[in-house]
Design a protein. Structure first.
Length: 156
């Protein structure tokens, strides 16, 4: 049913609580699972050769992920476990605002479903911290399956 399933992960156990649901979502299908992690971008510079003056270098501005390599290793470890279970998996590390990057990636890469965890915060805590899951849900037309993290207490 779903061809491309996007799973945003941030390195937390909460985010990983969605992984057991993949067995039922991908069962007997050719679905592709795309694991992404969004890391904060910080202004940085890289040296480049100055062609107008041989032997000199100049600095070019570029966005650098604070923990880009760490995120790549993390996603590769998760992907390896899923591949052993028979899933087709891709990984991507994105730079920027998590909610925006998840939304853009899903929209422009033809994802059929976004599966992500939610803290299940309510009241002032939710207003103060916001929710990446909530922002993605409101900003995208793609179906979003939100999994409540362990220990969630419903607001009744």
């Amino acid at each position: 049913m779903f061809q491309k399933i996007l799973i945003p992960l941030d390195g937390s156990k909460l985010a990983e609580c969605v992984l057991p649901f993949l067995d039922d979502l991908v069962k007997n299908s050719e679905s592709e699972v795309i694991l992404i992690s969004v890391t904060e971008s910080v202004p940085g510079y890289r040296p480049v050769k100055n062609h107008s003056q041989p032997g000199e270098e100049r600095l070019m501005p570029e966005a650098v992920g604070k923990k880009e390599r760490q995120a790549e290793k993390y996603l590769n470890r998760i992907a390896k476990g899923l591949t052993k279970k028979g899933f087709k998996v891709q990984t991507r590390v994105l730079l920027g605002n998590p909610a925006q990057e998840i939304t853009y990636y899903a929209r422009y890469h033809g994802c059929d479903l976004v599966v992500m965890a939610s803290h299940g915060r309510t009241g002032p805590s939710r207003w103060a911290f916001g929710s990446v899951a909530d922002k993605v849900f409101r900003a995208i037309c793609t179906p979003v399956l939100m999994i409540r993290g362990p220990g969630c207490i419903p607001d009744i």
